[in-house]
Ligand binder design. Sequence first.
Ligand SMILES: Nc1ncnc2c1ncn2[C@@H]1O[C@H](COP(=O)(O)OP(=O)(O)OP(=O)(O)O)[C@@H](O)[C@H]1O
Ligand SMILES: [Mg+2]
Length: 586
Amino acid sequence: MKSPSSLNTLKGLLPFLRPYVNQFYLAGLALIVAASATLAIPYAFRQMIDLGFSGQGSITHVDAAFIALFGVACILAVATAARFYMVSLLGERVTADIRSAVYEHVIEQSPEFFETTQTGEVLSRLTTDTTLIQTLVGTSISMALRNTLLFFGGLVMLFITSPKLSAIIIVALALVVLPIVFFGRRVRVLSRDSQDRIADASALAGEILNAMPIVQAYTQEPHEAARFKLSVENAFSTAMRRIRARSVLTVIAILLIFGAIVFVLWLGAHAVMDKRMSGGELSQFILYATIVAGAVGALSEVMGDVQRASGATERLMELLAAQSSITEPLAPQLLPPRSSNGATLNLSDVGFHYPSRPDTASLSHLSIAVAAGETVAVVGPSGAGKTTLFQLLLRFYDPQQGQIDIDGVNIRQLPLHDLRDTIGIVPQDTVIFSANAMENIRYGRIDATDAEVIQAAKMAAAHEFIEKLPEGYHSFLGERGVRLSGGQRQRISIARALLKNPALLLLDEATSALDAESERLVQGALETAMQGRTTLIIAHRLATVQRADRILVMDHGRIVETGTHASLVAQGGIYAQLAALQFQAT
Ligand SMILES: Nc1ncnc2c1ncn2[C@@H]1O[C@H](COP(=O)(O)OP(=O)(O)OP(=O)(O)O)[C@@H](O)[C@H]1O
Ligand SMILES: [Mg+2]
């Protein structure tokens, strides 16, 4: 009765169910026992009626029939509870496993993935879609099995009770199946749509809630509210279409079934009046017919849930199937042991465009050699490709042309973990977690002691302000660090990178939000920190880079000038112009 495509989609769940086969068998056993008990009840009833009420049997017979009925009820109670327990447990367990697996997989995706997938959408899949699967595993599957058993068991018992009446019922049921299959398919498509619309709304809300200050500063609240409402209404109308299809499904199923039953009962009543059937037999027949009809009704309900869950599974499996464009090397190489000077870095003829901009090169013919222990500054106009260079060093993207070596090893040949372990980055946009200062810095090296964290904070000139926070290092910094100033956030970010003690330190506008005095402090601290490691510094403020061993000037994804501050000023190129502007202004 289920369309093959939805069953095929649900196969994706098998790997998650496999670890729990034993629970599955136990649940199945409880289910069979409960269904058998249910099927035994009408038979016991008939005995009661025929023996007890028509005065044919002895008192002991009647007592035995009542005791048997109660016994069956006890078995039914225990088996039903056991089935509920096992199956609900499975539902919760499998959902928890899927959530973790999807999350684990998603956070390994390269930035390219997150350029196209909105975080809110991932969140919606992790919460709403997994809930549907929980309903499926925790309720629907067992309901489907139980009702299938009841359906076939009841049917067999019907035939035993009265073959002629049963034959009529079968014909009617055949007529029911066709519309159910048709509407079932429709419900499945609509439920996937419906989940997609909900994900859209979550994605929108996620983005806007992260940008509240801007929304309010530009007084766009009504606009945003309207936008969200539109998105929610979209989800609503898709859901309504699903609900309508499912309502039609329910009406058709129940009407047809009960229509058939009433008709057959009418025939049965006549049979009893003509003495072709006993009253007990007819009662038995009615009860079995009710069981069969109830089973079909329940199956049509369950089918809606199955369709919804298969829509959800499809989306989750899509996430699980996403392949990161950054791949681990097949035959990984190891880095040579870390030298006391830091790492060497070599870029040869690197060309790169972002995947979303195939026609615009962000870097072209870039060749840079940096010796171990050297401090190299990268300057240049906005959009020159400076941050892009850092992204390639971390292998957030792979260049389409050329090669990057660290300590003489092509970074594509290094295990990603080893590569990123050698690099510490202070990104242009600081990232602060909603945790306290201690935890935020310790993110650089999870096993660092408190003393090491404090030392890193001192080196980043962050110690003083952290101490003044209400609870010192244990002060909560707010979501995304909203309780700190921009410059304070930057210093936390620098401390985090220094704590990691990387061989290659990348600073992307790391001190851009600091006042001249704090920058001088951090600068001094960084100079000590730069010893024993190779450092690349991106900066717009040239005062920051004057003391670098070498300055690379980038423009349009290329290196246009190199030299020291003095030699570049003497050359009279781009750098000299920038320097003239900046030092004149200050
Ligand atoms: N994720 C991305 N997808 C597509 N294009 C991008 C992406 N990130 C950056 N770019 C483009 O690549 C070019 C180089 O950007 P990059 O961030 O490297 O500049 P930058 O030198 O760091 O500038 P700034 O000094 O303003 O930080 C720009 O033209 C930018 O629009
Ligand atoms: Mg940048």
